[in-house]
Every structure is written in structure tokens, then in C-alpha cells.
Design a protein around this ligand. Structure first.
Ligand code: ADP
Ligand code: MG
Length: 262
């Protein structure tokens, strides 16, 4: 290939994009048995950005999370994290590089207390978790208490997790993620199954966390998405249909047809 001024510039701007964004996906294809679950030309997340991904069932939202967190490998294309090519990196490696993933179903230990669950999620503890000498320092103790206060769980700190409401479990799971200070939180349908009050609280919590972590939220609940007031990416049949403010995407006829009008 001949290197011209134009291609050099193109390369430079692409390099710039890769380097300046926390997450950058280019020409990413995820194919399951010949079916294109994800087909993304370009997708990027900025540092400390709060982004919502919406789209009908089967649109590829969870697959997008999976490909960023390394749970699923891209069949083609490139995934960058902080300017590093992580397309072939393992889930563990990507977690180590600062990506925390919250699944739809909470994965807390029922018989352990709220505090103990977060304690086990300490990054140092996760590495040494079979070692007896991994004692929690007083700094870590304070850190856990301040996270739990923030997540409105101060009153439940010594309760076994099995006594928490569904909403409180979601908050506990987010606490377990943020104790590792991830650069990016991937949160799949945090408002699912929550009461109206809990949904409002979850939105407030995510807004509070914005600025400290980038957060990518997958969500169905439109009131919740409105409340977050962030940039929305609309996925449909594996492709990005639109990106913009909620008002912008809601005014997009293709989006109305694919999703919001249903
Ligand atoms: P969403 O989260 O938007 O509802 P998903 O990302 O879960 O959608 O799924 C996108 C499409 O990919 C769906 O048609 C789904 O059936 C398919 N899919 C997802 N994961 C797999 C898998 N592991 N094997 C085969 N098909 C899958
Ligand atoms: Mg999903």
C-alpha cells in the first residue's frame, strides 16, 4: 500500500481515537453459528463517561458487554482498552486492566455478611483468596464502610446477604465491583425487577459514580434511561442504529420503528 498524506492522516486520527478513548471497537463482528449477533463499525467510550445502551431483545447488548469484558471473543475486528489491543486478552486479563462486570443476576455469597462479601471482592484478596494471611487493613475497612454508606447499605453491614431485598443485592454487587476501583463498570439491566423507588435510587447511585468510573449501562426501562440523561447508543440486530441524547434518538424514525414505537 502506498502511504499518502491522506492515509497517514487517517491513520493518525484512528490512532488518536484509539489512544484517547477508554474503550474503542472497530469493525467488530461476533458470529454465533453463522448468525451475526454483533456487527459494529465503530464504538467508543470516553474516560469517565456514562453511556446507556438500549435496543430490543436480541439486539446484541449483552454480547457487546461480553466482547468488551473478554467473555466472548470477537470473530473479527479489534477491541482496544486504554489504547491497548485487548482483542485476544482473557476475561481475567481484561478485569485486571480495570473492567468490572455486573451481571443481570447478582452473584453474592448468601451466608456471608454484606461487609464480608465486599471484603472478598478486594482486589488483593481476590488474588490471595485462599491465603489465611490476607487480613483486611484498617484502610480497607474504612474504604468498604464508605462504599457501603454510599450504596445506602450502612444499616445492613453485618447482615447475611440472604436477608437483603433484590434492590439491596444489586447495590451490594455494585459495591463489590467498585471496591476494585475499576476504570469501567459494565452494568447489565440494573433496574430489572426493582420497585419504582429502588429504580430511582439506582439511577442516583450510577449518577454519583459517574466521574470516578466510566459506566456502560444496558437498560430497558425508558424512565430510568431518561433519568440518567446520558448519551444513548441504540443497537438493533447487532448494529448501531443511532447514538445521541435520548431526545435525539427518540426523534430518529429508524429507532422509533425498531424499538421505541413498539
Ligand atoms: P440482548 O442482550 O440485546 O437481548 P444478546 O446480546 O443477548 O441480546 O443476543 C444477541 C443475539 O445473539 C440473540 O439473537 C441471541 O440469541 C444470540 N446469542 C447470544 N449469545 C449467544 C451464544 N452464546 N450462542 C448463540 N447465540 C447467541
Ligand atoms: Mg441482554
Amino acid at each position: 500500500m502506498t502511504i499518502t498524506a491522506a492515509t497517514a492522516l487517517q491513520d493518525l486520527s484512528q490512532t488518536d481515537r484509539i489512544l484517547s478513548m477508554l474503550v474503542y471497537l472497530e469493525n467488530v463482528l461476533v458470529v454465533f453459528d453463522g448468525f451475526r449477533a454483533l456487527d459494529i463499525d465503530v464504538f467508543g467510550l470516553y474516560h469517565n463517561e456514562l453511556r446507556v445502551v438500549i435496543g430490543p431483545n436480541g439486539a446484541g447488548k449483552t454480547t457487546l458487554c461480553d466482547v468488551i469484558s473478554g467473555k466472548t471473543r470477537a470473530s473479527a475486528g479489534k477491541v482496544y482498552l486504554n489504547g491497548t489491543d485487548v482483542t485476544s486478552a482473557s476475561e481475567t486479563e481484561i478485569a485486571r486492566r480495570g473492567v468490572g462486570r455486573k451481571f443481570q443476576t447478582p452473584t453474592v455469597f448468601d451466608s456471608l455478611t454484606v461487609f464480608e462479601n465486599v471484603e472478598l471482592a478486594l482486589p488483593r484478596r481476590r488474588r490471595l483468596w485462599q491465603n489465611l494471611w490476607g487480613r483486611t487493613t484498617s484502610d480497607e475497612h474504612d474504604q468498604i464502610q464508605s462504599i457501603l454508606k454510599r450504596m445506602r447499605l450502612s444499616d445492613e453491614i453485618h447482615k447475611p446477604a440472604k436477608f437483603l431485598s433484590h434492590g439491596q443485592r444489586q447495590c451490594l454487587e455494585i459495591s463489590m465491583l467498585i471496591v476494585a476501583s475499576p476504570q469501567l463498570l459494565l452494568v447489565d439491566e440494573p433496574a430489572a425487577g426493582l420497585t419504582d423507588d429502588e429504580t430511582a435510587l439506582m439511577a442516583d447511585l450510577l449518577l454519583e459514580l459517574r466521574g470516578e468510573h466510566a459506566i456502560m449501562v444496558i437498560e430497558h426501562d425508558m424512565d430510568f434511561v431518561r433519568r440518567l440523561g446520558s448519551t444513548v447508543t441504540v443497537l438493533n440486530e447487532g448494529r448501531i442504529l443511532a447514538e445521541g441524547s435520548m431526545d435525539e434518538v427518540q426523534a430518529n424514525p429508524q429507532v422509533v420503528e425498531a424499538y421505541l414505537g413498539r
